[in-house]
Design a protein around this ligand. Structure first.
Ligand SMILES: N[C@@H](CCC(=O)N[C@@H](CS)C(=O)NCC(=O)O)C(=O)O
Length: 221
């Protein structure tokens, strides 16, 4: 099984964390996003979107992190990460909501205020404003859901938590405006107690630190 990935990507993080949590060890193939390796003809033949992650498992080629996470969970057999029945519907509800709504705002901050620094470009403030508008619309819904719950679908971590937390991976450097949402902040911190989430976060940070060093960039954190 091959996981095409860049460890600096939040979307790859949710696949990597799912695999690690389930004890599955795909062979990782590094697709260097900062060098444009995702645009090579070889990679576009695997994922025509030119995005990571992708997974090749025998004759099955998958792209879209959520479906890769589900593929891994189903391979592992029964797991609280991917519960059955009505609980699964709840997990899916939050995964769809993450894709349709919650994950739209944070990448605008990540691209404009963080990744553009690697390219020496100024942020487009209109995109930052749009990202803020989307976060302010949808974060209160997640914050309310997390009040009194350890994880988004109950007391066990599920794929929905990884799907929702991934876009917060560059929280500090991208200046993501989540301070007004205490339940989200506490849940995000709690997720770091899960080894697979913590380890993939450490890797993400190390990958970005190395890229920052190479680009001569300094960050305050
Ligand atoms: N909907 C995709 C999104 C994946 C995605 O946004 N990947 C980013 C990295 S986090 C990427 O490959 N960006 C490169 C590009 O857009 O050119 C998924 O869930 O897998």
């Amino acid at each position: 099984m091959k996981h095409y990935m860049d460890p600096g990507s939040g979307s790859c993080r949710r696949v990597g964390a799912t695999a690690q949590h389930l004890g599955i060890k795909p062979t990782e193939v590094f697709v260097d996003l900062l060098m444009g390796a995702n645009r090579s003809p070889e990679y576009l033949a695997i994922n025509p979107n030119g995005m990571v992650p992708s997974l090749v498992d025998g004759s099955v080629t998958l792209w879209e992190a959520d479906v890769i996470m589900i593929h891994l969970a189903e391979k592992a057999g029964a797991t609280p990460l991917w519960p059955a029945g009505a609980e699964r519907q709840d997990v899916l509800r939050w995964m769809f909501w993450a894709a349709e709504h919650f994950r739209q705002g944070p990448p605008m901050f990540v691209e404009e205020l963080y990744l553009k620094r690697f390219m020496g470009l100024a942020p487009d403030e209109s995109r930052v404003a749009e990202g803020r508008r989307r976060i302010e619309r949808f974060a209160p819904i997640l914050d309310a859901q997390l009040g009194g719950r350890k994880f988004v679908a109950g007391n066990e971590v599920t794929l929905a938590d990884f799907a929702l937390a991934a876009p917060l991976s560059h929280m500090v450097r991208a200046k993501l405006p989540f301070d007004p949402y205490p339940n989200i902040m506490a849940w995000n911190a709690r997720l770091h107690e899960i080894p697979a989430w913590r380890d993939t976060g450490v890797r993400l940070r190390a990958r970005m630190d190395k890229a920052a060093d190479a680009a001569g960039l300094r960050f305050d954190d």
